[in-house]
Every structure is written in C-alpha cells, then in structure tokens.
Ligand binder design. Structure first.
Ligand code: PMP
Length: 361
C-alpha cells in the first residue's frame, strides 16, 4: 500500500489534511448550516421536469456561458435595491469553486490574500490549493471587524485579494458596509465579500451588492446552498463588474457547469419565493437559540446568519459527543470552549436545546 507521503506530491501539500465536516448519518444534522427544510414538493416536480427535458440533449455539451442561468440569477439578485445585469454574473459548482476561480485569476504563486480568522475555513484552504499566500488579519472584540482594524491589516499586508465574510462564518458576526468601503479604498486588489448567508440578515438591511456600482474591484459571492435549500445541487455565484467576469473565463474549465445543474438551478430560481418561504422561520429559530442558550448559561454570539456560535462550553468534545449520542450532530469549529449549531426546524431546535439542557455540566 502506497501512502500519501510516498507520492511526489507538491511540497506545500505535504502533511495537510483535507477539509471536511464529519458526514454522519444522524436524525438531526445541524452541523454545516444547510437549510434543514426539504425542497417543497411543487418545486421538486418542476425541477424534475426541467432535468428530464435537459436529458434529451445531454449528448451535447452544455451552454458554456450558462446564459439562461445568468439571466435568472441576475433577476433574483435584482429583487433587492440594486439592479444586477446578466453580464455581471458568474456561477460555478458551489461558491467554493467561485472563490477558487477568483484566486486562480487574481491570486496564485507570488501573490497574497488577506482574510480575518476565525472565518470560513475554506478561504485559507483554497488559498493553499491555488498557491496563494494566506495572511491572517486580526479582529476586534467579540469577532467584530471595524474599518480601522481592517484597514490597518490591509496597509500591513498590501494584499492582491481581500476576503471579507458578511455575516461571518463561524461566528455569525455582521459586517458593516463602512468596513467594506474602507477596505476597498485602502487596497489595490480584488475585495471579495462572501455573502453566503445574506438572505438571513435582518429584513431591509443593505448588502454589499449595493456597493458594486463604480467599484470594479469589488466582488460579492452568494450561494444557493443555504437559504435556498439547494446545497446538494452545488450552485454558487457572484456579482461583479463584467471585466471581472471576463477574467474568470480565463481560468474556468470549459463546460464547468453541467447541463443538469443549469437546468435544476434555473427551475429552482423560477420558484424563488417558495424556496425562500422558510427563511423567516429559520431566523426565528436562530433568535430563539440566542435567548435559550444564554438562559442555559452559555455565551452565544450575536448572529445574522442561520447558525449560532456559543461559548462557555467547558468541554466542547464532551458536549459534541453527548448530542451525537442523541442523534444530533453540531460542529466543533476548533475555537476553545465554543460550539456552533445551525438553526433548524422548530422541532429540531427544541430537541437540541432539551438534550443540551439535560447534559451534566
Ligand atoms: N462561504 C461561506 C461563508 C460558507 O459558510 C460556505 C459553506 N459552508 C460556503 C461559502 C460554500 O458554500 P457552497 O460551496 O456550498 O456554495
């Protein structure tokens, strides 16, 4: 048996372990911030019909420019305050691949990306995979990121790319638009705002899309994996200046989005209001977690996403195992005395809280 260490692998990948939250078959999975509600039946029927139609031409390569999907994504984003044109849209197999495209085009060997840990762990892993140097900036108290703190990090690192995450995973922390604009003005490179959880922000809250006009180095990434309840389909996307989209065309593999993915995503977007019906209820469960975890004596951090990071956990591993023994999977994100839990259905949230309350502390 050959081991990884025996292979002529790149030196910078030696000794690394692959990313991956444990994938366990449990009754209540609250570990990777999915929408835990299944896709409504009427949408399943519509998506299945679209996939069947697509299968009749599956002998041919798909539309490399995913024209219909870009139009639908632009329409979806334009329901907010900022009109977004199809030429401003890029998509790939999950926003992870979108982020990889960004670093393939704007990062790479000899270049630096600045991020602000604790943040989405794939940001630094994709940096490593693309040979981009990862520079870690500091945060303020309670994981906040003020314009001053962020700009100081930009000045020190002089990065080619800056990754911001709004709201931030794994902490749930909101990010002010003032921090985004200050980072943009202080930097010369691409500024990417990862808004994977944007739909869970308070109603009417302005998002980073509103900052796009006139800022050709700003990129806002989104995903259908979270609020949209479409994680298994793998569809992430971004909005930016059309010139940025042209840059991403240089690094994508031809036909990277399968015809089945395009058809499924278009059909789901045609039912956007139905797909997003659960967002209000998920926000309520998140706010309930904030209240109830504090009542149980933990220290939850304010969250604008569909999950809550809570401190005051004496032994995170023991708490994780206690919940798992009751068929509930949450996430140890490696922060001392903290755990993260996704806001599920009311019944899932109730069961999580009840099992946690019964734990010997
Ligand atoms: N960005 C953030 C902040 C995330 O939390 C996640 C998923 N956990 C992603 C991007 C990637 O999502 P996907 O590849 O499914 O679009």
């Amino acid at each position: 048996m050959t081991s990884l260490a025996d292979l002529p692998i790149r030196d910078d990948l030696r000794g690394k372990t692959p990313y991956g939250a444990p994938q366990k078959a449990v009754r209540i999975a609250l570990n990777v911030n999915e929408n835990t509600h299944p896709v409504p039946d009427e949408v399943v029927v519509h998506v299945a019909a679209a996939i069947e139609r697509e299968l009749r031409t599956i002998n041919r390569y798909p539309d490399r420019e995913f024209t219909a999907l870009r139009e639908h994504l632009a329409g979806y984003l334009s329901r907010g305050a900022t009109p977004i044109a199809p030429e401003q849209i890029w998509a790939a197999n999950g926003s992870n691949e979108v982020i990889q495209h960004i670093l393939q085009a704007f990062g790479g060997p000899g270049r630096r990306v600045l991020g602000f840990p604790p943040t989405y762990s794939m940001h630094s892993i994709i940096a490593a995979g693309t040979g981009t140097e990862w520079v870690a900036g500091e945060r303020d108290d309670d994981f906040a990121l003020s314009p001053e703190t962020a700009v100081a990090a930009v000045r020190r690192a002089d990065p080619d790319v800056v990754f911001l995450c709004a709201p931030n995973n794994p902490t749930g922390t909101p990010l002010g638009l003032d921090t985004i604009t200050a980072v943009y003005e202080a930097s010369r490179g691409i500024v990417m705002v990862d808004e994977a959880y944007a739909e869970f922000m308070p109603e009417g809250q302005p998002d980073a899309l509103s900052l796009l006009p006139g800022r050709e180095r700003l990129v806002v990434s989104r995903t259908m994996s979270k609020a949209f309840a479409f994680a298994g389909a793998r569809l992430g996307y971004l909005a930016a200046d059309p010139a940025v989209i042209d840059a991403l065309r240089l690094v994508r593999l031809p036909y990277h989005l399968s015809g089945l993915t395009q058809a499924a995503a278009v059909a789901a977007l045609e039912h956007a209001p139905t797909m997003l019906r659960t967002v209000g209820e998920i926000r309520e469960q998140r706010d309930r977690l904030l209240v109830e975890l504090a009542r149980l004596g933990y220290a939850p951090h304010d969250s604008w996403a569909n999950f809550v990071l809570f401190g005051g956990v004496a032994d995170p591993q023991a708490a994780f195992e206690h919940l798992l023994a009751h068929d509930i999977l949450i996430r140890d994100v490696g922060l001392p005395n903290h755990l993260r839990v996704t806001a599920g259905t009311p019944a899932e949230t109730t069961e999580f809280l009840e099992v946690l309350a019964r734990m010997n502390r």
